[in-house]
Design a protein around this ligand. Structure first.
Ligand code: G3P
Length: 218
């Protein structure tokens, strides 16, 4: 399972990248706004900086909702770096855009996916990734993990090449559950990845090992 980090914060991206386990980054307009990145040119520059830090795929989202606008946005974003993946919303015009961008060999990530039907359509259109939003389904008392499980089954059965990128991850447990059910990618807030490192028995064990070593040196 690939690990992406879901943030536009450069320090956080560097911190997770330095662990040596990072495969990519996803962003969205809300995450860019959270970092205070304002203005079209600054946004493109910020994506460029992220692409310089991380070798893997970096998802950058279109802001148009009509077909021509999305295609223009996509071309601009794809020109930033070879590892840009254009994030397209799951709407009718978005589906058309994915089909066209795929024929132009531009990678796409179909975002805001909340049902198997939406995921199947995006896969048929040739999306590189589809992003089911687990946490937001959980927020409305639906089971996000169950959707990912259903998608893994359908995509395996039909040998779809599209990768299932589990998004809107809220906790380390979500990450482990995604690994158990066979998601191709998880995109996570940095702290959810870092929390996977922690175990109290590791801390106690290390403390005791070092104490015993120090005793042997006395
Ligand atoms: O990648 C999509 C993700 O950023 C959405 O997460 O926490 O806003 O639901 P959240």
């Amino acid at each position: 399972m690939k690990f992406f980090v879901d943030t536009a914060n450069l320090d956080d991206i560097r911190e997770v990248n330095d662990l040596g386990i990072l495969d990519g980054v996803t962003t969205n307009p809300s995450l860019m706004a959270k970092e205070g990145i304002k203005g079209h040119d600054n946004i493109l520059k910020h994506y460029q900086t992220i692409c310089e830090i991380v070798k893997g795929d970096v998802s950058a989202e279109v802001i148009s909702t009509d077909l021509d606008g999305m295609l223009n946005d996509a071309e601009l974003l794809a020109d930033i770096a070879p590892n840009i993946v254009v994030k397209i919303p799951m709407i009718k015009e978005g589906l058309k855009a994915i089909k066209i961008l795929t024929s132009r060999e531009i990678k796409t990530n179909c975002t805001l996916v909340f049902s198997a039907g939406q995921a199947i359509l995006a896969a048929k259109a040739g999306a590189t990734y589809i992003s089911p939003f687990l946490g937001r389904l959980d927020d409305i008392s639906r089971d996000g993990i169950q959707l990912v499980e259903q998608l893994v089954q359908i995509f395996n059965m039909h040998a779809y090449k599209t990768e299932i990128l589990a998004a809107s991850i809220r906790s380390p447990m979500h990450i482990i559950q995604c690994a158990e059910i066979g998601a191709d990618v998880v995109t996570c807030p940095p702290d959810s990845i870092l929390k996977l490192l922690n175990h109290p028995l590791t801390d106690i064990g290390l403390k005791n090992f070092l104490a015993d070593y120090n005793k042997s040196q006395a």
